[in-house]
Design a protein around this ligand. Structure first.
Ligand code: HPA
Ligand code: ZN
Length: 331
């Protein structure tokens, strides 16, 4: 049985496997510029974040109807369940769909249909987090937040993703202020390719409760000290960092050092269809590459539930934490 865990950094569009991409392309009469799934997989060689984002946005062309989003989420949840996921907080990118003529309502209703059955079918509780594209203007993010208003009963929080460098968190100050007024939880990608300063800004200007990635906080010891002291969770994605060349090889990933420094680190899959593994695979890979101890693995699993947005269901969080306590991580 895999380690029970929460997944807190997962882009649903990044779970689009080549087989499903081709099936949806056929269903929707969309032609993909690849001969077959093998040719598409060949394209999964990335040099940085942007080279990945180019393919990630291009493949979204196959996602057109609510049913497509339901099938996408159902496929993810089935795989996540096999990997020990008990709770998933799922990102989606409404602006990327809106730009293709797919309104946010179609996306949310489609994903929602799968999430409504997730507990019964897959034993997974879920939350949805809508992300703003930081390389688009803040006005577009604000308009997207406005368009999301009829669906806020299904949306727990907001995030910030896409190309980071040159798009500091402060660009989205007003959008996050409005999100806070609406009672939404706040997270942001920061310190993936961008500097440690973006992590500070996400905390101080956007008021985020978790940092997605946050790898480059390590370049600023006083920031690390603050993240430890304030127990700000970091949703790390080690396989993503290797594939997008933020880290050369998994053996050199700073996860173990971050745990030893007392950071509230969690392990997540980011875009598992593209980066070579789902979150259980990621746990196994970091355990082996970094020789993590059973206690460090237990800490990662505990952190995932402690960092999750389960304040509206503390009894559930306690049940999940009890599962982690009862789990045999080996000697
Ligand atoms: N970083 C930024 N934007 C993204 C990512 C990521 O890892 N995945 C999907 N959009
Ligand atoms: Zn991400």
């Amino acid at each position: 049985m895999p380690v029970p865990k929460a997944e807190l950094h997962l882009h649903i569009e990044g779970t689009l496997e080549p087989e499903l991409a081709f099936a949806l392309a056929e269903r929707n009469g969309v032609t993909l510029p690849y001969a077959d799934t093998e040719a598409l997989r060949e394209a999964y060689r990335f040099s940085d974040l942007q080279s990945f984002l180019d393919l990630y946005y291009a493949l979204m062309a196959v996602l057109r109807t609510a049913e497509d989003f339901t099938d996408l989420a159902d496929a993810y949840l089935a795989r996540a369940a096999e990997q020990g996921v008990r709770h998933a907080e799922i990102f989606f990118d409404p602006q990327a769909h809106r730009a293709r003529g797919v309104p946010i309502g179609v996306v949310v209703e489609g994903l929602g249909a799968a999430l409504d059955r997730a507990e019964e079918r897959h034993g997974i509780s879920t939350r949805l987090i809508m992300c703003f594209l930081r390389d688009e203007p803040a006005e577009s993010a604000m308009a997207t937040l406005e368009a999301a208003k009829p669906y806020l009963d299904r949306i727990t929080g907001v995030g910030l993703d896409s190309a980071e460098v040159g798009h500091p968190p402060a660009k989205f100050r007003e959008v996050y202020e409005e999100a806070a007024r609406l009672g939404l939880r706040r997270v942001a990608h920061a310190g993936e390719e961008g500097p440690a300063e973006y992590v500070r800004e996400a905390l101080d200007v956007l008021g985020v409760e978790r940092i997605d990635h946050g790898l480059r906080c390590l370049e600023d010891p006083s920031l690390v000290e603050r993240l430890v002291r304030e127990r700000v969770p970091l949703t790390l994605c080690p396989l993503s960092n290797v594939r997008l060349r933020a880290v050369d090889v998994l053996e050199e990933h700073p996860l173990r050092a971050m745990l030893e420094a007392g950071l509230v680190a969690t392990v997540n899959s980011d875009d598992p269809a593209y980066f070579g593994g789902y979150v259980g695979d990621t746990f196994d890979a970091v355990r082996d590459a970094l020789s993590l101890t059973p206690e460090q693995l237990r800490t990662l699993a505990r952190n995932s539930f402690l960092a999750s947005f389960l304040e509206d269901d503390e009894a559930r969080r306690e049940r999940y934490l009890a599962e982690v306590s009862a789990y045999d991580f080996g000697a």
